[in-house]
Design a protein around this ligand. Structure first.
Ligand code: PEP
Ligand code: MG
Length: 758
């Protein structure tokens, strides 16, 4: 009995369970307390302690204990090799003793109450060859632990290593903060935010919106820039060359969204009222160039900000951006690139085009102040692979510009003035990330469950940029191409021809033989086209969104459909309509496809005459009509982002209600089951997409209810393939059936935690 219970430990103490606590607002100390409590409970041990290793000082610190004297936490330090715990760390091996107190290396610690505990088991916590710390169990009954326990504890230590490594880092930083008493110019500081796009970057902070700063360029700052009209003209010329080069590069790499993205900059740069005015201030009023740049930029910012015209308001960032570029080119510092390389941008709000411009100019990472960004900013940032967090703590705005920082978007942290140890830690982490990337090469061509059932992992593509990754990682086609980005970033509707070229690149980039699912425009909600009148009303998510918008703007719809049909000629083209709420919607959309074909025939174009047509299931009404919809459609994809939003009535972009946005809600699970059953009944192909597919426990449930095709972000594929290969479908089916009987979210979560394969 004891053995069976213990074996289960490996499953129960999953990293998800423990690191979930860590990500909460409870702090590192509470997390560690929870670790020792959970481990001692599951191992039925009277004592569980965690020691973390301080590499620099070669010391082990007791950071949390259950069973020993708690007063010792934070105060007990052991040298490398000291006592049994120190030996475990030094020799990087497990020590199992029937009676630890008899061991020659045993070191009695005053006031620890340790003398009561005989049985001793300690395992090293390692990440590769990095020493993180030691996990210790003790029990009053001699010989209480056996080798099975040792293996279980080793497994737990392995699972906890990454999180404990982060805990160590955070504790280090907060310790230094306390020691410094007054965090400021020379001491590390940690700002805790919320992760949006994972990743780590290092650089100096730069404020995109510096309206909070008074006084601007001080006499001290001014010394950083060169003087004289020649220096200014040179800086402007350089800016022009840089922008042309950038534009060219963007057209090659991101042709879907970046067309002429820097044209506003170039025009402004050549404008008499802009650079001409700066030159005039330098030549006639004898202003130093940096002040002339600042003055003209500020006056434009003022004019644009005050304008009622939203298009002009958008130009504010362009003007600032340009000012930044000229100033960098004017800088005395050697080889200052005109871009944002080595800079972590702190900004208020960002438009998709602004985000694109920043990343095109090599911004290392983004910190968005305030509540949160719209869904498409996070989606776009993900595709552009730029780490991004939200931060509410406005104290960050008081830091001097160009302060060194590390953005750890994996944890949602901004670390100001990191010390060498921290920098080294993150450099190691990014090496690991690179190694992981190389692991992509070992991905299998096909994905199977443990019992050999074929599962199709298809890519979600936002930008053409993602297509290459999808192919490299061996995605079996495209399950969702979000066509809206070329529309969102431009200042006018892209023409049919432009769209055709973009969609063609999606097909050309993917191997033949796999389905390529192009979704028609999904704008509205929080994805606003700057060139359309804003008639979204109070609740944009309940407004003229997605298929509704297209059915009201038939010219746009037909233009897009024609481009898709042409691009998909000779390939497995699937056209998917988002936010379908009724059979009427679906039929209206199908009629538009037929109309588009008639136009193409009339104009003599060749195109795909037999595309598969389908829809996203994102609304409760579509779930209720699933039998009728699947009887007519060729395929469907469950869009979990919106399905959860509309089923539970929770705005997916509002962070204050994020805790209500629950994929494990029994209503969501039942809806998925209903859709799968409907599709199976009518022999309609089906798949699932959206952020819930990032959660392993949800994948387990989805497979259990019959999902066999999953759409995911390409970089997630290797990990998911491996996870799926451990799933026994028969068991997943039984577990999912059981889960469907639960009435609360908590029951679902707890059950899934227990049954999930490691
Ligand atoms: C969804 O709603 O799950 C989905 C994939 O679509 P989007 O996130 O683009 O709304
Ligand atoms: Mg959606």
């Amino acid at each position: 009995m004891k053995q069976r219970e213990r074996r289960k430990i490996e499953l129960i103490c999953s990293i998800a369970e423990l690191s979930g606590l860590f990500h909460g607002e409870k702090g590192t100390k509470r997390f560690l307390e929870k670790v020792v409590k959970t481990v001692s409970r599951h191992m039925k041990s009277e004592v569980c302690s965690v020691y973390l290793y301080d590499e620099k000082r070669k010391k082990l610190n007791l950071v949390s204990t259950e069973g020993l004297n708690r007063d010792l936490t934070g105060n007990l330090t052991l040298s490398f090799g000291e006592g049994l715990v120190g030996t475990t760390m030094k020799e990087m091996r497990t020590i199992l003793e029937a009676d630890g107190t008899l061991h020659p290396r045993f070191k009695s610690i005053e006031n620890s109450f340790e003398e009561n505990f005989k049985a001793f088991l300690a395992v090293p916590i390692m990440r590769g060859l990095n020493r993180i710390g030691v996990l210790v169990l003790q029990h009053s009954q001699k010989g209480y632990f056996d080798s099975t326990d040792a293996r279980a504890l080793e497994a737990i230590a392995g699972q906890l290593a990454a999180t404990l490594e982060n805990a160590r880092l955070l504790m280090d930083i907060s310790r230094k903060e306390q020691e410094a008493n007054q965090p400021g110019e020379t001491e590390s500081r940690l700002f805790k935010g919320k992760k949006v796009v994972a990743g780590v970057s290092q650089g100096q902070i730069f404020y995109m919106d510096d309206s909070h700063k008074e006084g601007h360029l001080s006499p001290e700052d001014q010394k950083l820039y060169r003087d004289g009209i020649d220096a200014f003209r040179e800086a402007v010329k350089k800016a022009e060359c840089q922008l042309l080069e950038l534009q060219e590069k963007m057209n090659e790499e991101l042709s879907d969204i970046a067309s002429m993205i820097f044209s506003a900059h170039l025009l402004m740069l050549q404008d008499e009222a802009f650079s001409g005015q700066m030159a005039k201030l330098i030549e006639e009023d004898n202003l130093p160039p940096c002040l002339a740049v600042e003055q003209v930029v500020n006056s434009y910012v003022e004019i644009f900000t005050a304008s009622d015209n939203s298009r002009l308001q958008e130009k504010v960032q362009d003007v600032r951006d340009l000012g930044h570029r000229i100033l960098r080119n004017l800088s005395h510092k050697e080889q200052q690139p005109g871009n944002y390389r080595n800079q972590i941008i702190i900004a208020g709000d960002l438009l998709p085009s602004e985000l694109l411009k920043l990343t095109a100019q090599k911004a290392e990472g983004i910190v968005l102040m305030g509540g949160g960004a719209s869904a498409h900013i996070s989606i776009l940032a993900k595709s552009l692979a730029v780490p991004l967090i939200y931060l509410e703590d406005e104290d960050v705005l008081t830091l001097p510009e160009y302060t060194d920082a590390i953005l750890d978007a994996n944890q949602g942290n901004l670390i100001i003035l990191p010390d060498e140890e921290t920098i080294e830690h993150y450099e190691k982490q990014s090496r690991t990330a690179r190694e992981l990337k190389e692991m992509g090469a070992s991905v299998l061509d096909q994905t199977h469950t443990a019992d050999g059932t074929r599962i199709f992992l298809r890519a979600a593509i936002n930008l053409l940029n993602d297509v290459k990754a999808a192919r490299e990682i061996k995605a079996e086609g495209v399950g969702l191409y979000r066509s809206e980005f070329p529309f969102l970033i431009r200042s006018d509707f892209p023409s049919e021809e432009e769209q055709y070229r973009v969609y063609k690149k999606v097909f050309d980039g993917m191997e033949e033989g796999h389905p390529i699912t192009l979704r028609t425009l999904d704008v509205g909600g929080d994805k606003i086209l700057s060139y359309m009148p804003e008639n979204q009303g109070e609740n944009p998510f309940l407004g003229l969104r997605a298929i509704r918008f297209l059915l009201q703007n038939k010219k746009v719809f037909v233009g897009q459909l024609k481009a898709m049909l042409r691009a998909g000629e000779g390939r497995d083209l699937r056209i998917m309509f988002p936010l379908v709420s009724s059979v009427d919607d679906y039929r209206a959309a199908v009629r538009m496809v037929k109309k588009s074909m008639e136009f193409l025939d009339r104009d003599g174009f060749s195109y795909n005459k037999y595309p598969k047509l389908g829809m996203m299931i994102e609304l409760p009404s579509a779930v209720m009509l699933i039998d009728q919809l699947t009887a007519e459609a060729d395929f469907l994809s469950i869009g979990t982002n919106d399905l959860v939003q509309y089923l539970l009535g929770v705005d997916r972009t509002n962070s204050s209600v994020a805790s209500f946005y629950q994929g494990e809600h029994p209503a969501v699970l039942r809806a998925v089951k209903t859709v799968v059953d409907g599709a199976l009944k009518n022999d309609c192909a089906y798949s699932i997409c959206g952020n819930l597919t990032n959660e392993k426990h949800m994948i387990y449930f989805f497979l259990g209810v019959g999902v066999r095709s999953i759409t995911i972000e390409p970089h997630r594929l290797p990990e998911l393939q491996e996870f799926i290969s451990k799933i026994d479908l028969k068991k997943a089916r039984e577990d999912s059936e059981k889960i469907l009987t639960f009435s609360t979210v908590e029951e679902v979560k707890n059950y899934l935690k227990e049954v999930l394969p490691n």
